[in-house]
Design a protein around this ligand. Structure first.
Ligand SMILES: [Zn+2]
Length: 394
C-alpha cells in the first residue's frame, strides 16, 4: 500500500495562518520545543489547527484533555448528554459537581482550566447526518470518541466526503482498538474493514458489557496522539493498520487492513455518495409495530391495572439497584431466548434506563413476530425525573 506523505494538513490556510506564540505559551510548551518533530514551528501549527471530538465520554475525555494540554488551537466538542455519577469511573474530564449538568459545559470548563490559550467550541447536539457536514467542515481532523455503530459509520463517511482524517477508537470490556481512516492519504476506510454493521443486539453496549475505566483512557490517548501527529506531519499515521490492545494479557498487536475495491464509499464504484440514515443502516430504526408512551402514561396505566406485562431489559446489577415493583426482569441479551415464554396476544410494555435498549428489545421481539410492543420513552431516568425522585440511581 502506498502511504501518502503525512504532512496531511492539507489546507494551505493552515500554513498561511501560522500564529505566533505568546511568552506564556512558549513557557507552557517548553518540553515540546526540544522535540525536533515539534519545535516552535510545530507548536505554532498546533495552535493554528483544529480538531473535532465527537463525544465527551470515556474516549472523549482523554482525547480532549490531551489535545487541550498539547495546545491544539481549536477543539470542537459534540454531545447532548448530561453527566451521570456512573460516568465518572471512566469519563475523567467530568467531576462530581457537574452531575446532572451538561457534559459539554463541564468539558469546556475543564479544558479551559487545563489551557486557557485555546478555543473550545461546543456543539450541543447529537452528531447526525443532518448536522455532520456543517459541524465537521470547520475542522482539520475528526476524532470519533463515541463508540457506537451509527456514529462510527457517520464519522467515517463525513470524513471521507470532506477529505479529512478520521481517528477511530473502540473499546469492549478489557480490549480496545484504534486506527486512522483517511483514504485521501492512502489506506482503507472503516467500511472497508467492516462493510456491514453487526446485528443490533449482538454487540452489547458499555452499560451491558461493562468496561474497565482505564481502557478508554488508553485508547483515547492513542487517538489524541495520532491526531497530534497528523497535525504536525510527524511520523507515520496507522493508515491500513488496526492496533489492538488486550489489557488482560498486556498485548498490543497490529493487523493490516486492506482497501476494498468494492467498498461502497471509497471503492472503485461508490454507491454511498452522500450521508445516509445511519440508525436505519445499523438496524436501529424502531419497528413499525412498536409504539411509545411516556412515563406519565405508564404511571396512569399502572394505577388502573396494567393491560399487559411490564418488562425491564436492563442488566442484573442495574435491576438490583433500582426497579419498578411491577416489572418482570429480562436482560436484553437474553430477550430472544426468553421470547418463547412471552404471550404474543398481550401488550408488552418494555423499559430500560433511557429508552434505547428497550427499543432494541422491541426490534428483536418484532423480528420474532410480536406486534403489541410498547416502548417506555426515556425509561427509568425519565421515571425518576418526572414521577419518583426517590428512586435510587442505577
Ligand atoms: Zn472504504
Amino acid at each position: 500500500m502506498l502511504l501518502a506523505p503525512c504532512s496531511l494538513l492539507p489546507n494551505a490556510t493552515l500554513q498561511e495562518n501560522i500564529m505566533s506564540l505568546t511568552d506564556a505559551e512558549k513557557n507552557r510548551y517548553a518540553r515540546h520545543f526540544t522535540l525536533p518533530e515539534v519545535g516552535s514551528e510545530g507548536q505554532e501549527k498546533l495552535k493554528a489547527s483544529s480538531v473535532l471530538c465527537i463525544g465527551t465520554g470515556g474516549l472523549g475525555s482523554p482525547i480532549a484533555l490531551y489535545l487541550a494540554a498539547a495546545g491544539v488551537g481549536k477543539i470542537g466538542l459534540v454531545d447532548d448528554d448530561k453527566v451521570e455519577a456512573s460516568n465518572l469511573q471512566r469519563q475523567i474530564i467530568h467531576g462530581e459537581s457537574w452531575i446532572g449538568k451538561s457534559k459539554l459545559d463541564s468539558a469546556k470548563s475543564r479544558l479551559l482550566e487545563t489551557n486557557p490559550h485555546i478555543e473550545v467550541v461546543t456543539h450541543h447536539a447529537r452528531f447526525t447526518a443532518a448536522n455532520a457536514i456543517e459541524i465537521a467542515q470547520d475542522y482539520d481532523v475528526i476524532i470519533d470518541g463515541t463508540d457506537n455503530f451509527p456514529t462510527r459509520y457517520l464519522s467515517n463517511d463525513v470524513s471521507f466526503l470532506l477529505k479529512k482524517p478520521n481517528v477511530y477508537g473502540s473499546i469492549f470490556r478489557f480490549e480496545g482498538q484504534m486506527s486512522v481512516f483517511a483514504p485521501h492519504l492512502g489506506g482503507p476506510c472503516y467500511r472497508c474493514m467492516l462493510p456491514e454493521p453487526p446485528d443490533p443486539g449482538s454487540v452489547p453496549s458499555c452499560a451491558e458489557a461493562g468496561v474497565l475505566g482505564v481502557l478508554p483512557g488508553i485508547i483515547g490517548s492513542l487517538q489524541a496522539m495520532e491526531a497530534i501527529k497528523l497535525l504536525l506531519g510527524a511520523g507515520k499515521p496507522p493508515l491500513g493498520k488496526l492496533l489492538h490492545y488486550d489489557a488482560l494479557n498486556t498485548e498490543f498487536r497490529t493487523f493490516n487492513l486492506r482497501k476494498d475495491p468494492q467498498c461502497p464509499l471509497c471503492g472503485d464504484n461508490p454507491t454511498v455518495t452522500a450521508l445516509i440514515d445511519y440508525e436505519n443502516f445499523c438496524g436501529l430504526t424502531p419497528p413499525s409495530t412498536m409504539t411509545e408512551i411516556t412515563v406519565t402514561e405508564l404511571r396512569q396505566k399502572l394505577d388502573q391495572g396494567l393491560d399487559g406485562i411490564l418488562i425491564d431489559v436492563r442488566m442484573q446489577q442495574e435491576y438490583d439497584a433500582a426497579r419498578l415493583e411491577q416489572s418482570r426482569h429480562i436482560p436484553l441479551p437474553t430477550i430472544v431466548n426468553a421470547a418463547s415464554g412471552l404471550p404474543k396476544d398481550q401488550n408488552l410494555y418494555i423499559h430500560c434506563k433511557g429508552g434505547v435498549r428497550s427499543a432494541r428489545a422491541c426490534a428483536q421481539l418484532a423480528d420474532l413476530g410480536f406486534t403489541k410492543l410498547i416502548n417506555i420513552e426515556g425509561g427509568l431516568d425519565a421515571w425518576r425525573e418526572q414521577i419518583d425522585p426517590a428512586l435510587p440511581p442505577a
